[in-house]
Design a protein around this ligand. Structure first.
Ligand SMILES: O=c1ccn([C@@H]2O[C@H](COP(=O)(O)OP(=O)(O)O)[C@@H](O)[C@H]2O)c(=O)[nH]1
Length: 673
């Protein structure tokens, strides 16, 4: 793990070192192969609680290094790279303790270089209603997911008067046709069989029809905002599999919790409306057994770089606020970049059932013909790339191992701090300011005719940017848009160092990255920036380029007319954000015209938001075992037995055929063999 803070334009630089052999709550760094450990088979804990099965009824920082400047290349197999937040990781299932903060300064050490419905029998297949753009039609559920049903807002199709009760997916609700398969070739194999067979409950209604759900709550405390995700799954799980569906995503008013550094109590108070909402959804008698987590991401990683005390105070306040509710609160902590990327990868593949799925034999099985997907996450303060490269990951800091359902996954995962959208746009503005060295800034990515003012203090309020020593905090800067596509593109590119040198493949800023492989889901900021321009529907790279070019050449008046209902900030940033997204994907992560179609811009899968939170909860609640569930073992054994019997029959038949042939030849007067 390490961290880099942009040195010149970026401000501070820091590194965090892997902590060998130490296991943190929910995360283990180091080089050893690890697993997402579950307790397969009998005696396995039910999600969300220790002990016997629950019956119901009763979600280092590294700061960017300026490109050409001095970002030493990552050396495969060696130490640290800059601008990274990854680390060799293997996820454990040890939950965070209540109130426990995440990795602390010593654990994800930073050395600033410069200031700055059940998986139940009978369910053969299900799908979700026809998705809107950004939602993938998938078999609801993932590892053992049977499916889910829901509305666009994530609520139950038939919530009833009390949304907390009688809301487990029902047969009728889930007997829906798969749609838009063609849009997602990677998941087509998994879906086609389902399409042809029609989703249905195999033999009988679900045992828990209308009742028997467990709940889990995860706060995603991002740099720009906080959301509370309310998940639910059937209590009666079959063979270590289950269905987790998103009941609701409650958006917390205001900015991300890192913005409350000088008012920590405000961060806690802001969570209450969503906690109140959750208490209306989770039945009263189940609240105390509802596992509840808060995971903070890059915004808090940056705050911790700046002021670890303030970061701890914020975490303490949000913990206090959540702890005041009758839930099984299991801690508020700061995720490492590697965790953020890894849990996002788990979420994606869980939702698409690429890790294990319900087979025609009505058994949970490891899909033989399905490739796992990669995950591309663009937050406000960091961006993550996680995928299975198919070649050994040469840099231990970016390698992640998982053992899920008896299958080993060797992944590449890396997080670039400060290269989230908001911080990258801030770095761009700071770079433009420093290039102008006046109180007037010409912004080539802002529309021509657009004008705004910003103080030096506001511009340089992040460790990702470092104010020039001559700059007075109170100085008011005037930013004027010039709407110049080519100049914009060049300015965005200067945020990165794309050179890889002679030491092997890289992403950017000298960070090792094997060539991208397979299909990817791109979510969060990747989705939002392109969705705003209607470019998330599988458009060709040339069309995407042309559209962004057109937007970037538009005047302020023209873009306002184009997006009459969008906010001023959204319209202002349309060109910058989309240009940044494209540059990051193509030159940063090294996608090209051939691999571009393999990127699927997605917001939701089957009414569940794609992000790290679901994977986080699945891990911490032991819902993903490292070993195959008994059903899978059973299936493999059955296959072995069937294959043996078949071989015996074939040998017998061959022997009979040979004997018959010999006798026939003999009777025809041929020489005996
Ligand atoms: O409706 C939305 C919701 C989110 N976002 C973007 O999605 C990302 C969410 O990032 P988050 O706050 O989670 O930041 P992190 O802490 O993960 O870096 C940011 O780039 C937001 O600008 C957006 O553009 N529109």
């Amino acid at each position: 793990m390490q961290a880099d803070v942009p040195a010149d334009r970026a401000g501070a630089q820091a590194e965090a070192q892997p902590v060998k052999g130490r296991e943190q709550a929910g995360y283990k760094e180091g080089t050893s192969r690890g697993t997402v450990r579950g307790q397969p088979g009998r005696g396995r804990q039910q999600p969300g609680r220790p002990g016997p099965a629950v019956r119901c009824g009763m979600r280092s920082p590294e700061l960017p290094v300026p490109p050409p400047a001095a970002a030493p290349r990552a050396r495969p197999g060696r130490g640290r790279t800059r601008t990274s937040e990854s680390g060799s990781a293997s996820l454990s299932l040890r939950p965070a303790l209540p109130g426990q903060a995440g990795p602390r300064a010593g654990e994800e050490r930073a050395e600033p270089r410069s200031p700055p419905p059940e998986g139940r029998r009978g369910l053969r297949a299900q799908t979700s209603p026809a998705p809107i753009d950004g939602t993938a039609p998938a078999r609801a559920g993932g590892l053992g997911l049977g499916g889910r049903a829901g509305t666009a807002d994530g609520s139950c199709l038939r919530p009833g008067p009390d949304p907390g009760k009688g809301c487990c997916p029902s047969y009728q609700d889930q007997n829906l046709p798969p749609t838009q398969l063609a849009s997602f070739p990677i998941i087509r194999p998994a879906l086609q069989d389902l399409a042809s067979s029609r989703w249905h409950w195999a033999d009988q209604p679900p045992p828990n029809h209308g009742r028997g759900c467990l709940y889990g709550l995860v706060f995603d405390a991002g740099s720009t905002h906080t959301s509370l995700y309310i998940y639910r799954w059937p209590a009666d799980k079959e063979n270590d599999t289950g269905i987790v569906s998103q009941v609701e995503a409650c958006s917390v008013a205001g900015p991300g919790i890192s913005s409350y550094a000088d008012d920590p109590a405000g961060a806690g108070a802001g969570l209450k409306p969503c906690l109140d909402r959750a208490m209306k959804i989770v039945p009263a008698e189940q609240q105390r057994e509802t596992p509840t987590y808060l995971g903070a991401t890059a915004g808090m990683r940056l705050l911790r770089e700046e002021n670890s005390t303030k970061a701890e105070q914020v975490l303490a306040e949000v913990s206090k606020a959540i702890g005041a509710y009758p839930v099984d609160f299991r801690g508020a902590r700061i995720l490492t970049g590697s965790e953020e990327g890894s849990f996002g990868w788990i979420t994606v593949n869980y939702l698409l059932e690429t890790l294990v799925k319900f087979s025609f034999a009505e058994k949970w099985a490891h899909p033989q013909d399905t490739e796992v997907l990669g995950a591309l996450d663009l937050g406000g303060a960091s961006t993550q790339i996680t995928f299975q490269p198919g070649v050994p990951v040469e840099d231990r800091n970016t390698s992640v191992f998982f053992r899920l359902y008896g299958t080993d996954y060797s992944l590449y995962s890396h997080s670039y701090l400060c290269y989230g959208q908001s911080q990258a746009l801030k770095m761009l503005l700071a770079a433009l300011h420093q290039a102008s060295s006046r109180a007037q800034i010409s912004h080539p990515c802002y529309p021509k005719g657009y004008k705004e003012t910003i103080t030096v203090a506001e511009l340089y309020n992040s460790p990702c940017v470092r104010a020039p020593s001559s700059a007075r905090p109170g100085l008011v800067l005037t930013v004027t848009g010039t709407g110049d596509t080519d100049t914009c593109h060049a300015a965005v590119q200067r945020l990165f160092d794309f050179s890889c040198g002679a030491q092997g493949p890289c992403g950017f800023n000298g960070v090792y990255q094997p060539p991208v492989r397979g299909h990817f889901f791109a979510f969060s900021g990747f989705y939002h920036s392109l969705h705003f321009l209607n470019l998330t529907g599988g458009q060709s790279l040339s069309l995407v380029n042309a559209t962004i070019r057109k937007i970037c050449n538009s005047s302020w008046k023209q873009v306002q007319e184009l997006f009459p209902t969008a906010s001023r900030t959204q319209i202002r940033d349309a060109c910058t954000a989309s240009s940044y997204t494209l540059t990051l994907l193509l030159q940063g992560y090294k996608f090209n015209v051939t691999t571009w179609p393999n990127i699927h811009f997605i917001r939701q899968v089957a009414n569940t938001d794609v992000g790290w939170t679901l994977g986080y909860m699945l891990n911490l609640t032991n819902m993903i075992p490292s070993e195959p569930p008994p059903a899978v073992v059973g299936l493999l054994r059955s296959i072995w037995i069937a294959a043996t019997v078949l071989l015996a029959i074939m040998l017998l038949l061959s022997s009979c055929l040979l004997t018959a042939t010999c006798c026939q030849r003999d009777s025809s007067g041929y020489e005996q063999l």
